[in-house]
Design a protein around this ligand. Structure first.
Ligand SMILES: Cc1cc2nc3c(=O)[nH]c(=O)nc-3n(C[C@H](O)[C@H](O)[C@H](O)COP(=O)(O)OP(=O)(O)OC[C@H]3O[C@@H](n4cnc5c(N)ncnc54)[C@H](O)[C@@H]3O)c2cc1C
Length: 394
């Protein structure tokens, strides 16, 4: 005999827990299944252990999707303020770090405790360490889920098993397999919010810079982000690179401007005027880390006194610093990507409920759907919002 529930949610991550809470609060009997030993493992490691749980400015513009309008409805119906109200009602201390990013003061675990506490209050039956083998529709309506703990049945099935990012943490791409099984279209998946790698030759030239961070504007076509850039022993990382990586495609070029708030050419001319006997490298080191200043000055073959450098030379040096074209060789892939771009094609989902338009009772939420946020708390906001609206309908 199969255990019977109103709703089965697959995946006890951010989206699955939020959905289970809302459905439970509505009086639905809810079973939440996960193969992991603990719920919300990605929440636990997120935001450097402090969970950037939302972004107060989150809106549709902060998300990538083949259908940019899809996320609007869910994001409007469960807003960053709504999640913040939950956080505050649980007495969790938080702070805004930068650019509207809200973090826990103490630990990401506070968010997990809050969610598991709410699940208990809502009567959600959470079963961990449960392997899911098959999912099938039941004749006459509903779904049967076969698991290592036996079969379960429910009228509604919500798939919240996330994307492919960080397989070491239990990411499986399971949601895409279920989508395929039900004949649903997928938007090609690829790693997002991921460091970019460089070809061995360039990497060798940049090796001395490994570990250096600087403010930068990274541009890809019309999209640009101003945040920190980090040189690593594999290539380029830091928030600005992670952001642009979601827009970048294999073979594309990006443009790097270091210290974008400074006009480097104007600064160099002023330095020449003020002290003609200093080197260009020393002048650059006023605004850049020393090793970076050395790299650019040497790279452009500029040595000797500033007084000996004409405007053209200074312009060339400024361009090297602020209009540096880089062609990444690839990305670090799902191993380190914070998110998976693409996924369940939103055209097959009802944007108000996350239910498959043509298959009653089947829902997809969270990262497995083709809605991917920028870095900065947007991905959790999507998980909360899509989970909430599905929990209202499942
Ligand atoms: C290192 C890191 C840091 C991050 N930091 C932030 C941040 O600070 N702010 C932010 O907004 N976003 C952050 N993100 C992104 C964010 O974690 C995800 O977007 C979010 O967790 C997606 O929620 P989800 O519920 O859809 O999927 P997940 O949180 O991935 O949950 C999916 C659940 O399904 C389970 N599961 C998977 N496959 C199966 C299966 N076959 N059977 C049973 N269970 C299964 C998993 O064990 C997991 O519990 C970060 C991501 C990473 C990797």
């Amino acid at each position: 005999m199969a255990g019977k529930y109103d709703v089965i949610v697959l995946g006890a991550g951010a989206a699955g827990m939020m959905c289970a809470i809302r459905a439970g609060q509505r009086g639905r009997s809810v079973l939440l299944l996960d193969h992991a030993a603990a719920p919300g493992e990605k929440i636990r490691i997120s935001g450097g252990g402090r969970c950037n749980f939302t972004n107060i400015h989150a809106g549709p513009k902060n998300f990538l999707s083949a259908n940019p309008h899809f996320a609007k409805s869910a994001l409007a119906r469960f807003t960053p303020r709504d999640f913040l109200a939950m956080v505050e009602s649980h007495g969790i201390a938080w702070h805004e770090k930068t650019l509207g990013q809200l973090f826990c003061d103490n630990s990401a675990k506070d968010i997990i405790y809050m969610l598991t506490d709410q699940m208990r209050s809502a009567g959600v039956d959470l079963r961990l360490r449960t392997e899911i083998s098959t999912v099938e529709p039941v004749a006459g309506g509903g779904y049967r889920v076969s698991t290592s703990e036996g079969p379960f049945e429910a009228a509604s099935l919500v798939v919240a098993t996330g994307g492919k990012s960080i397989p070491k943490m239990g990411a499986t791409g399971f949601a895409y397999r279920i989508a395929e099984q039900f004949g649903l279209p997928l938007i090609e998946t690829r790693p997002g919010l991921v460091p970019l790698t460089l070809d061995p030759q360039l990497l060798q030239r940049l090796a001395p810079l490994s570990g250096i961070a600087a403010p930068a504007e990274i541009r890809h076509g019309k999209t640009a982000f101003r945040e920190a850039l980090l040189f690593t022993h594999r290539g380029l990382s830091g928030p600005a690179i992670l952001q642009i990586s979601s827009y970048w495609r294999e073979g594309d070029e990006i443009t790097v401007a270091i210290e974008p708030d400074v006009d480097v050419f104007v600064m160099l001319k002023a330095a020449r005027q003020a002290n003609g006997r200093q080197s260009a490298q020393t002048a650059l080191a006023e605004i850049l880390p020393k090793r970076l200043a050395q790299h650019f000055a040497e790279g452009e073959g500029i040595s000797g006194n500033m007084a000996d450098q004409g405007d053209k030379r200074l312009q060339q040096l400024a361009a090297a610093v602020q209009a540096w074209p880089v062609k990444p060789s690839g990305s670090e892939g799902y191993r380190t990507a914070e998110v998976t771009l693409g996924g369940i094609d939103t055209n097959c989902l009802d944007s108000k409920t996350m239910q498959v338009k043509t298959i009653p009772g089947l829902f997809f939420i969270g990262e497995c759907v083709d809605v991917t946020g920028w870095l900065g708390g947007y991905n959790f906001q999507w998980a909360w919002a899509s989970g909430h609206v599905a929990g209202e309908a499942a």
